[in-house]
Design a binder for this molecule. Structure first.
Ligand code: CTP
Ligand code: CA
Length: 220
């Protein structure tokens, strides 16, 4: 593992990392969520701290151990994550959105537990806000915006579309179909997609991926 404990090459920089899943309530008992464990985002937060940055970590609910070094803001829903990000985005030199934000939430949330009937049931969903899209529209000058993209097909093409649509600087693309990549693993296989190029990295630990992301943002 590349530990850059002595080299505080990013000191004075402020970064915001979002990590983990969001959960969207259906009623007081059930929710809709995804398999994100937060490991990749937490690795970025740690690497950034080791290199001297001031780190804010907005995290969805996860079992991954919360770091002591960062300002940690715990959220549950996409709405809460959006509010936490809006409250601190302006002061950040870079924002790294590793969180797996729900794209849809139940349109209405029951105040009581939904009782089952003999028939089927339908949950109507509505779109959540796209936080990264909003950040691209409200960017502070010189601020670097990095998103993550999970795809099971046409990874490069779909990811580059997100880079353009959201007006961001980099997308870290994961192919979920590859062994050693994706949810819950300690390694990852990613491609760093910027306006200029696609940089395909070999399989490496999430800590190493985190350093490569920071190199790409600050050391080019
Ligand atoms: N993202 C976000 N807010 C949302 C949805 C996604 O900020 N409501 C961010 C994620 O944190 C990630 C990036 O957008 O950094 C890409 O997320 P992804 O789910 O791969 O792409 P989407 O744009 O949501 O498109 P789709 O899920 O249809 O592939
Ligand atoms: Ca999505």
């Amino acid at each position: 593992e590349k530990e850059v404990t002595c080299n505080k090459d990013l000191s004075g920089k402020k970064i915001l990392v979002t990590a983990g899943p969001t959960i969207e309530a259906i009623d007081p008992v059930r929710f809709i969520s995804n398999h994100s464990t937060g490991k990749m985002g937490y690795a970025v937060a740690k690497a950034a701290y080791l290199r001297g940055t001031e780190v804010t970590l907005v995290t969805g609910r996860t079992e991954t151990k919360k770091p002591l070094f960062a300002k940690v803001i715990e959220v549950e829903s996409a709405k809460e994550m959006f509010n936490a990000v809006k409250a601190c985005h302006m002061e950040q030199d870079a924002i790294i959105k590793a969180a797996a934000v729900a794209d849809y939430r139940p349109k209405t949330v029951g105040t009581e537990k939904t009782k089952k009937t003999d028939g089927d049931m339908t949950v109507e969903l509505e779109r959540t806000d796209d936080i990264l899209l909003w950040l691209g529209q409200h960017r502070r000058e010189g601020q670097f915006l990095c998103g993550f993209s999970m795809e099971t097909q046409n990874m490069l093409e779909n990811s580059r579309k997100k880079l353009d649509k959201k007006n961001i600087d980099m997308i870290v693309a994961n192919n979920l179909k590859m062994a050693g990549a994706g949810f819950g693993t300690d390694t990852n296989i990613v491609t760093l997609i910027t306006r200029e190029r696609d940089q395909e990295l070999e399989m490496m630990t999430k800590d190493e991926v985190a350093h490569r992301i920071l190199d790409e943002i600050f050391c080019r």
